[in-house]
Design a protein around this ligand. Structure first.
Ligand SMILES: NC(=O)c1ccc[n+]([C@@H]2O[C@H](COP(=O)([O-])OP(=O)(O)OC[C@H]3O[C@@H](n4cnc5c(N)ncnc54)[C@H](OP(=O)(O)O)[C@@H]3O)[C@@H](O)[C@H]2O)c1
Length: 313
């Protein structure tokens, strides 16, 4: 299976809904500008607009890679979740179907279960393997660390084709990416541009810091283009979201960086700032026994940090 290096993200921001026409039109614009990968999820509420755009773009369906994700409440029944996405998209098949987060929920999306409760993410993966066929070409995961992937790979018949994770200059995942590549798993970066500063204004530095401006000027590109080029040069797919037609066009044009420039950006998490956006996303935040949780689990349970708070990824 091949996957385009650059795609269009479709998460519209916290609490934003009912943008069907705008989202549809921007996806059609992107497809006609050369994009061939669209990333969405059930929880973004835009699958109907994605499907409509894919059907009406005039681009053959076989040329387009549609990625969508099912939420924690369907971990016990991914086959049913697949049908929900197919119905919402109005498409005959999905190219890549992802487990959005490793944590399962009981009944509704926010009644999150502990890491050891059934269905575990490993049990869900085994159920997902049954999804692969004419209605779902491939399956993958999202927000998985090496710790969690090791458990999946120990029992998997099908290796996840992708792992979609938060990845940007302030959280470069320098260990996770080579691990995934060694296992044949393609990494897709979310919030490569810092998510537009939606979760923490500090993330805007990815587009504004003098270091990035200097390197971008060397190549006559914007800092946005620089951030995307850096990731793709590491063989990571990117899925920038934009509702601006000019930025949609801009984001698909990449530049080639020197090794020294790559290393400067690789080190930005030590020289400028280290930020895990997931720590700042209010809708993911929770607490258990006085400890902060993200999507129901602690950072140690995810495998993001050790007991002393050292980053592991
Ligand atoms: N798997 C997961 O858990 C997960 C989590 C989050 C996101 N995602 C996926 O990843 C996609 C990308 O992440 P994201 O949307 O959080 O953030 P992002 O793509 O890093 O940033 C999007 C923001 O950057 C702006 N932007 C786009 N291109 C730009 C450029 N060239 N220069 C300056 N600003 C630019 C956009 O504004 P305009 O629209 O005004 O251009 C928007 O505010 C999502 O849309 C979603 O599909 C997945």
């Amino acid at each position: 299976m091949t996957i385009p290096a650059v795609g269009l993200g479709t998460w519209q921001g916290l609490g934003i809904r009912n943008k069907h026409q705008d989202v549809r039109d921007s996806i059609i614009y992107a497809l006609r500008a050369g994009y061939r990968l669209i990333d969405t999820a059930q929880s973004y509420g835009v699958e109907p607009a994605v499907g409509e755009a894919v059907r009406e773009s005039g681009i053959p369906r076989s040329e387009i890679t549609v990625v969508t994700k099912f939420p924690s409440e369907w971990h016990h029944d991914p086959l049913h979740a697949l049908q929900i996405s197919l119905d919402a998209l109005g498409l005959d098949y999905i190219d890549i179907f992802l487990m959005h987060w490793p944590s399962a929920a009981d009944g509704d999306e926010w009644n999150l279960l502990p890491i050891t409760a059934s269905p575990t993410f490993v049990e869900t993966w085994k159920l997902m393997e049954k999804c692969v066929g004419s209605r779902c070409k491939a399956i993958g995961v999202s927000n998985f660390t090496q710790k969690l992937l090791d458990e999946v790979l120990a029992v998997a018949t099908i290796v996840p084709v992708v792992n979609q994770v938060e990845l940007h200059a302030f959280n470069p995942n320098l260990k996770l990416v080579p691990y995934c590549h060694e296992k044949g798993i393609r990494v897709i970066s979310w919030s490569t541009l810092g998510g537009g500063g939606e979760h923490t204004p500090k993330a805007n530095e990815i587009l504004a810091h003098p270091l990035f401006k200097r390197i971008a000027a060397n190549h006559g590109c914007s800092t946005g283009g620089l951030a995307l080029s850096w990731a793709v040069q590491r063989e990571i797919c990117v899925i920038p979201k934009s509702s601006s037609l000019s930025r949609i066009e801009e984001n698909i044009h990449l530049v080639t960086l020197t090794q020294a420039e790559m290393e400067e950006i690789n080190e930005a998490h030590t020289t400028i700032a280290r930020i895990r956006l997931a720590d700042h996303i209010s809708t993911l935040a929770g607490e258990r026994d006085g400890e902060q949780t993200i999507k129901g689990w602690t950072k140690q349970e995810f495998g993001w940090e050790d007991a002393d708070g050292n980053w592991l990824t």
